[in-house]
Structures are given as C-alpha cells and as structure tokens.
Design a protein around this ligand. Structure first.
Ligand code: GLU
Length: 447
C-alpha cells in the first residue's frame, strides 16, 4: 500500500472531517508495514475498502418540548463494517455530535469489536441532542422520536446499538420501549438493557473494569504492580465510575477526576463507596459539573478550569471524550513521571500526545484496546439474549477478564518493537485489521 497516496486520498475524500482523518491516519501509519509484507491485502484492496463506511444513515429527529415547541435535531447511524458480525456500537447524545464524530467512532468500533474475539461488526450512532436542562419527559420524547426513525435500520441480526456518552440505562429503556411498541418484538436489538428485561450483569461496570484488567496486563508486562499506584482519571460518568471501583478494589489510589468545569483532587483518594457512587450521582443529575464533589467531601479540592493531568500520578486514564489529552498535557504528565497512560475514552489523546508518550517510552494503550470491555460485555449480553438465559456476575466478569487478557496478548504479539517496547497502538490496529481483512477476502466482492 502506498501510504502517501492513501493519506492524500483520505484527506481529499473527507473534507472537513478532521476526527475521521485522525483516526484513519493512525491506523494507516501503524499497519502499513504489515500490509506491505502481505500482498494479498493490496490485491483485494482491503485498506481502501475499510476506509469507506458501508452505509451512513442521516435523519431528522423532531420532537415536542415541555412548552409545546417543536424541536429539531440530527440523528445518525454509521454502519461501518459487517464482515465479522452484525453492526455493533453505541449511540452518543452530545452537542458535539456530527457526521465526522460518528464516522470516526464507527471506524474505531470495527477494529475494537474485532479485537474482542466476538462476532461483531462496527457501527455507531447518535445525535446532537443536548440533555442539559431537559426534563425526563423531554428526554423520553426525544428518545422515542429518535428510535421511530432508527428502528428501520436495526435488528438483532443486523445492527445492535447500545449506550455511549449521554446514553445510559434510562435512554436505552426509552428507546427499547419504542422499538418494542413499533415492531411488536421483545428481542436483543439493544444492549445495556435493564437486568429485568434482558440486560447483563456487569454491563454497567464493564468498560471501566475491562480497562483496569487491560492495565493489569500492561503492568505485568513490565513486572510492575497496581497496588499503591496513584491514578488520575478524567470524566465522572459510567466509565470513570467503573474504573474507580476496580482500581480501588485492587489497591490503587484514585487522586483526581474531572468534568467540563474543572478538576477534583483528593489526596486521601476517591476510594469509598460513598465517594465513587457520588461521581455517578453527579453524572446522572446531568448538570455536567464536578464542583459539588468538593462541597460534599472535605478532603477534595476543586480547581476550576483545570484538567486531572496536572496532578502527579503513576497512571493517567482519560475517560471522558475524544482529544481530551493533548500534547501539552502529555508533556506535563511525562515531566511528572507518569508510567502508564490508558486511553479509556475513544481516541482520548491527540496524535501529538500519543507520539510524545511513545517517544518517552511511557506504556500507552489506545482506546480501541483498553475500552473494548464495554462492547465485549454487550456481546456477552447478545449471547445471553440469543440463548434466552442469564449468566451470573461472576461468569460475565470472568469472561470479560479473559477477553481483556486476550486483547492484551494480541497487542503484545503484533506490537512489540525491537527494543522490547510494546507499541499497543500498532498491536491493536494490526490484530483488529487481520480478522476483518480475512473475512472480507473470504466473502468476496460483488461484480
Ligand atoms: N459505546 C461503547 C463503545 O464505545 C459500547 C458500545 C456497545 O456496547 O455496543 O465501545
């Protein structure tokens, strides 16, 4: 493959889509040598084909607010690649959502889902709907209007959405109810469902737990241990919550979290059920701020407008949104002696941050490997739905742990460099690529 030409084409074909270009470039740059060593991938134009989503669905969502006014939002579903299984991936409701956001997330999802070992293709959906200040009735009507259109394109064997930023158990419930109402079917068309109606134990914790299982692999590869390590997290949603729970259980100390309004630093550790659950409570009140954390807990200090990355830590785990950790943040973390950076948000680090961390030989895990526990457990929810039974928390957690170990092993297999440094970005991209590419070759092209 000709990296220069492919990159130029990518940029020309996707004008004004910087996130998609960033995500795709990172993959191209890390798989180029591997692809060139295996000419069959060029023969079947696999890379060029993976760069084009199979389908982009874009629709209007109209709904009525509490005052009786008609509101208009944009809805999307990008069905990126179905080679290894039905499209699978979350739905994001956030004011920043554009076609570009959806394309980059769906692209990442294809590689991530391939890494999970489960048969799931890649997709992503969402809307620019902003929950801030909306009543429960407004959220419900929006979710129903969104699903009224989306249901035309999804199904348990074709495309199975789930949650993401702004879409938790409540929104999944409202969307599932509308799907059921319109289609008259109680099927596994969404994951992240409530436990009483087809959901899986451990799904809420899975992304955070999985990222810590992956981190344990990174530590073990360096003959290091988690106990006693200082950790900074960003975000205070479901993902950061699950990570804080597991980190604390395994003896690490979470000293920082953050929100759009600033950072919370707590030298005593965010380590009691009361503190950890309050993160979730703050998130669920949907005011989008962490400042009240410092009012509630005396040991916590609030730094307005600051990020978690200014705190001296051994481990940094961005858990909020894309490009939340930039080159300056990486330089500061490196200066303060960070050893591990685990991207738990999708593409949480800018390209220059990743380059700086790798250059400093910091152990860096990309989101598509480290956060795959969420979608992997969604895959386990699909299995339980298909078998019409439910597994115990222990069974699901063990399977999740096994999947994260296998992703780690695959990253080591394809990402270890001559000097022994594990390039997890390269490892994850090559391992994710192989499975999808082989399936595409096997399934042929339509003439
Ligand atoms: N939104 C999550 C992700 O980025 C989970 C997707 C899913 O469970 O389908 O992978």
């Amino acid at each position: 493959m000709d990296l220069k030409k492919l990159t130029a084409d990518l940029e020309a074909k996707n004008p004004a889509q910087p996130l998609y270009i960033q995500a795709a470039k990172e993959v191209l740059e890390t798989i180029v040598d591997f692809v060139n060593e295996n000419p069959k991938y060029d023969k079947y134009a696999i890379v060029e084909r993976i760069l084009e989503p199979e389908r982009i669905i874009k629709f209007k969502v109209t709904w009525v607010d509490d005052k009786g006014n008609i509101q208009i939002n944009r809805g999307y579903r990008v069905q990126h690649n179905m080679a290894i299984g039905p499209y699978k991936g979350g739905i994001r409701f956030h004011k920043s959502v554009t076609e570009d956001t959806m394309k980059f997330l769906a692209f990442e999802q294809t590689f991530k889902n391939s890494l999970t070992t489960l048969p799931m293709g890649g997709g992503k959906g969402g809307s620019d709907f902003d929950q801030t200040g909306k009543s429960e009735g407004e959220v419900m009507r929006f979710c129903q209007a969104f699903m009224t259109e989306l249901q035309k394109y999804i199904g348990p064997e074709t495309d199975v959405p789930a949650g993401d930023i702004g879409v938790g158990g409540r929104e999944i419930g409202f969307m599932y109810g509308q799907y059921k109402r319109l289609r008259g079917e109680h099927v596994g068309v969404l994951t992240g469902k409530g436990l009483e109606w087809g959901g899986s134990l451990i799904r809420p914790e899975a992304t955070g737990f999985g990222s810590v299982y992956f981190l344990e692999g990174m530590l073990a590869a360096k003959k290091d241990k988690l106990a006693g390590k200082r950790v900074a997290l960003s975000g205070f949603g479901n993902v950061a919550w699950g990570a804080a729970l597991k980190l604390t259980e395994l003896g690490a100390k979470v000293v920082a979290i953050s929100g759009p309004d600033g950072a919370i630093v707590d030298e005593e550790g965010i380590n009691t059920p009361e503190k950890i659950n309050y993160m979730n409570e703050l998130n669920q009140t949907r005011n989008n701020v962490v400042a009240p954390f410092a009012d509630k807990f005396k040991s916590a200090k609030f730094f307005p407008g600051k990020k978690s990355w200014e705190t001296k830590v051994d481990i940094a785990m961005p858990c909020a949104i894309q490009n939340e950790l930039n080159g300056d943040d990486a330089a500061l973390l490196i200066k303060n002696g960070v050893k591990y950076v685990v991207e738990v948000s999708n593409m949480g680090c800018t390209a220059d941050a990743v380059t700086a961390l790798q250059k400093a030989k910091v152990s860096f895990a990309p989101g598509k490997a480290a956060n795959a526990g969420g979608v992997a457990t969604s895959g386990l929810e699909m299995s339980q739905n298909a078998m019409k039974l439910s597994w115990s928390a222990k069974e699901v957690d063990e399977k999740l742990n096994g999947i994260m170990n296998s992703i780690h092993a695959n990253c080591v297999k394809y990402g270890t460099e001559k000097d022994g440094y594990i390039n997890y970005v390269k490892g994850a991209n090559i391992a994710g690529f192989i499975k999808v590419a082989e399936a595409m070759i096997a399934q042929g092209v339509a003439y």
